[in-house]
Design a protein around this ligand. Sequence first.
Ligand code: 4NP
Length: 161
Amino acid sequence: MEKINVLFVCLGNICRSPLAEAIFTKMVEEKGLSDQINIDSAGTANYHIGERPDPRTIDNARANGVELLSRARQFVSADFELYDYIIPMDDSNLQNIIKLKPDSGIHNYKVIKMRKFDPEQKGADVPDPYYGGAQGFQNVFDILKRSNEHFIEHLLNEHNF
Ligand code: 4NP
């Protein structure tokens, strides 16, 4: 069976999307689905390419039992070919992604905002915690955990694992 490829996207790829990647990876492992689902994250901006996630994100995630292992990379047009689900954190990321969509054969439907899967404030942005305080990082963690619990249920319903 072909793997399902999931890509989480934010602006810098150092706060929200690497956290979404790590939380989702842990959930997929716990469900025994690691062989079926391939997971990555990227940023639409080039500011932090090659960097580890923001230390505040790393510390907050660790306090919640999640380890972040990624390095930042930039979202590229070719990701549209490689990924089945492209999950932006906010409307700005979504618009930046759509601008890079290749002309032929690829549809917008595979791009789905993270909080479309959040029953609380469905479809809202995942707020950018970069310029805020510690509480912002825990808020993002809680949003991403809840959203990803519903996202994985969506995948289980759509695919026969
Ligand atoms: P992220 O947060 O998009 O969740 O990784 C940000 C990280 C860096 C910047 C903005 C947002 N920045 O302006 O450098």
